[in-house]
Ligand binder design. Structure first.
Ligand code: KG4
Ligand code: ZN
Length: 325
C-alpha cells in the first residue's frame, strides 16, 4: 500500500491506495474553506497552520495500515510553498520512521490521475486542467510524456470565479457560488468581450474579463448580480471553447478530459460536451468528489510511479515555490 499526502493549497488530505489493485482503502480530507471564506481567498500562513493541525490528526487514523506501507507519496509542487512544506515534512518523517521510500508527486499530474482513481489509465488523452492555480491544455501520452500546449498568461479560470465572487461578497471558493447564482441569470445581458478573440495564439487570459466584470459590478445593483454571474460564466467558458475549437480543427480530439476543481462546473461540462460531439470524441471526467484537491489522486499517480521505480531522495525532495510541467 501507499500512503499519500496532499497539502498544496487549502485542503489537508491523506489516502491509502493498494498497489496491486488501485483500490482506495482510506481517504480523508479536511478543507479550510470556512476559515478562508471571510478573506475571499486563501491566506497562505493561515493555511499552513491549519495543515500543521489537521495532517497529523488524519495520519493517526492511518496507523492500522503502517506495517503494510511500501512507500509514502506527497505533493511536492506546484502550490503554495508554506503549505507544501507541511506535507513534505510529514512525508519525510513517515519515510524515515517506517523506513520506506518517498515519492514526490506533481500536483497537476495528480489532477490528471483523478480520472483513474480505482481504475486503469487511458492514454493518449488531451486534458483541459481548470483549477484555482492553473488553466492549461496538455497532451498526455503517459505518466512521463506530458506536453503542455496552452496555458493562461495571467489569472486562471477558477481564480477568476473566486475573484468575481469576492467582488459580489459571495465568499470563497467562488466557483460553486457563481455557478449557483448564474443559474437564475441571463447569460446574454452583459456583453463582456471574449478574451484573446483576435489573437491566433493558443493561450488563455482571464485578467481582462475580471476587470470588465469589476466595472459592471461597481455600476450594478444587487439584483443585477445574477445576470453578471451568468454572463461572466458564459464568456469565461466561451473563451475556453473558442480556443479549443481552433485547436481541434488542427488536432481533432479522440479522448478528451476536463480535470481540476473547476471541472465541476456544469455549464463548462455541457459546453465542452457539445464541442466534442461532431468529432465523436469521448469525454472523461473525474467523480465530483475528486475534482477538487484530494490525496486519492496523488496516491493513484504514486502507484504508477512506484511501479516505474520513480522514487525521490530525502535530500533532494524539497519544496519548489512555482513550477510548471
Ligand atoms: O483543483 P482545486 O481544488 O485547487 C487548485 O489546485 O487550485 O480548484 C479550486 C478552484 C477554485 O478556484 C474554485 O472556485 C474552483 O476550483 N471551482 C469552480 C467550481 N467548483 C470549484 N469553478 C467554477 N465552477 C465550479 N462549480
Ligand atoms: Zn489542484
Amino acid at each position: 500500500m501507499i500512503l499519500s499526502i496532499e497539502s498544496s493549497c487549502d485542503d489537508s488530505a491523506i489516502a491509502i491506495t493498494e498497489i496491486a489493485t488501485n483500490r482506495l482503502l482510506f481517504h480523508k480530507k479536511i478543507s479550510q474553506e470556512i476559515e478562508h471564506s471571510i478573506y475571499g481567498g486563501v491566506v497562505p500562513e493561515l493555511a499552513a497552520r491549519l495543515h500543521a493541525e489537521a495532517l497529523p490528526k488524519i495520519l493517526q487514523e492511518c496507523e492500522p495500515y503502517f506495517d503494510k506501507l511500501k512507500a509514502v507519496a506527497v505533493t511536492s509542487s506546484p502550490g503554495l510553498a508554506v503549505t507544501l512544506i507541511e506535507g513534505v515534512t510529514l512525508a519525510k518523517a513517515v519515510s524515515v520512521g517506517l523506513n520506506i521510500p518517498i515519492i514526490g508527486v506533481n500536483h497537476l499530474i495528480g489532477h490528471i490521475y483523478s480520472l483513474f482513481i480505482e481504475k486503469e489509465t487511458t492514454f493518449p488523452l488531451t486534458v483541459l486542467l481548470v483549477s484555482g492555480g492553473h488553466t492549461q491544455v496538455m497532451e498526455v501520452k503517459s505518466l512521463s510524456e506530458i506536453e503542455t500546449v496552452a496555458k493562461s498568461m495571467d489569472d486562471s479560470f477558477g481564480e477568476s470565479f473566486d475573484k468575481v465572487a469576492k467582488m459580489m461578497g459571495l465568499g470563497y471558493p467562488g466557483g460553486p457560488a457563481i455557478q449557483n447564482l448564474a443559474k437564475e441569470g441571463n447569460r446574454k445581458r452583459y456583453d463582456f468581450t471574449v478574451p484573446l478573440l483576435r489573437t491566433p495564439k493558443f493561450a488563455f487570459s482571464y485578467s481582462g474579463l475580471k476587470n470588465a466584470v469589476r466595472l459592471a459590478v461597481e455600476e450594478a445593483n444587487k439584483t443585477d448580480y445574477k445576470d453578471i454571474a451568468a454572463s461572466f460564466e458564459h464568456i469565461a467558458t466561451k473563451h475556453l471553447t473558442h480556443k479549443l475549437k481552433k485547436y481541434f480543427a488542427q488536432y481533432p480530439p479522440k479522448n478528451f478530459a476536463i480535470v481540476g476543481g473547476a471541472s465541476a462546473n456544469l455549464y463548462l461540462r455541457s459546453q465542452i460536451e457539445a464541442l466534442l460531439k461532431p468529432y465523436g470524441a469521448r469525454l472523461f471526467l473525474s467523480e465530483l468528489q475528486y475534482c477538487s484537491d484530494n490525496a486519492a489522486m496523488i496516491g493513484r499517480v504514486a502507484v504508477d510511479m512506484y511501479k516505474a521505480k520513480m522514487f525521490s531522495s530525502l535530500e533532494e525532495l524539497n519544496v519548489v515555490a512555482k513550477s510548471n510541467l
